[in-house]
Design a protein around this ligand. Structure first.
Ligand code: FE
Length: 225
């Protein structure tokens, strides 16, 4: 993580990378450290284009999955751990939306959870949410879908299992699905959920690539190609 010129901020971002790398090192569900790193780089690019606070966006992106129940086991415990870490960095004092409260608000409200969440309140929140959603699309999104499926014993595809329609958060999290159905239940919806104009543009190519992948997958499955 370079190019943040404030040395105090740069030190905090470096410490955040170390903290997140350690916390995410055993994750094989697609939420590993490199996911956080990619989201941070994408958030940086979107923040720049949209005029958002880069430091807040990058820091929230690095930490964004540490409170996720898929990673922390329990969201409250994860948030408490992140809050304690932020306090140790001297970010406890809220200075015009640049304190720990803003970071915690972003990471506690940005998860997909079946698509049932209210919109993000701040521009920085919208930027980080877009960056996280972009990482679920395109070539990386395809790779992550099947990595997650492997970690959870999901089949690649089952022609007899139709994609599920609208779901509650619990249904989204608990019911069994397939890798291919995950595209219809979540990934192909993400293009329409982007907040910022910059992310909407980035989402176009990633969306098209997933559609091409699915068409080819079904052609090969049926022996047509
Ligand atoms: Fe994430």
């Amino acid at each position: 993580m370079g190019q943040i010129t404030d040395t105090g901020q740069d030190a905090i971002l470096q410490a955040a990378c170390d903290f997140a790398r350690e916390a995410l090192k055993d994750d094989h569900s697609g939420h590993d450290w490199w996911h956080a790193e990619r989201v941070a780089e994408t958030a940086r690019a979107i923040a720049r284009a949209e005029g958002a606070d880069e430091f807040i966006c990058i820091l929230a992106a690095i930490l964004h999955d540490l409170a996720d129940e898929k990673v922390a086991g329990d969201e409250e415990a994860g948030l408490a751990m992140v809050r304690a870490w932020l306090d140790r960095q001297g970010l406890a004092e809220p200075t015009a939306g640049r304190g720990a409260g803003h970071i915690l608000e972003i990471i506690s409200t940005m998860s997909f959870r079946g698509g049932n969440r209210p919109p993000m309140r701040t521009l920085e929140g919208r930027v980080v949410q877009d960056a996280d959603r972009l990482d679920a699309m395109g070539a990386i999104g395809i790779a992550r879908t099947f990595a997650y499926g492997g970690a959870h014993g999901r089949p690649l595809h089952d022609p007899d299992a139709a994609p599920r329609g609208a779901m509650t958060e619990t249904e989204y999290r608990q019911a069994r699905s397939t890798g291919i159905n995950h595209f219809h239940e979540k990934l192909l919806k993400l293009r329409g959920l982007m907040n910022t104009e910059t992310a909407k543009k980035m989402a176009q190519g990633r969306h098209r690539f997933m559609e091409e992948f699915l068409a080819r997958f079904h052609d090969e499955w049926a022996g047509r190609k």
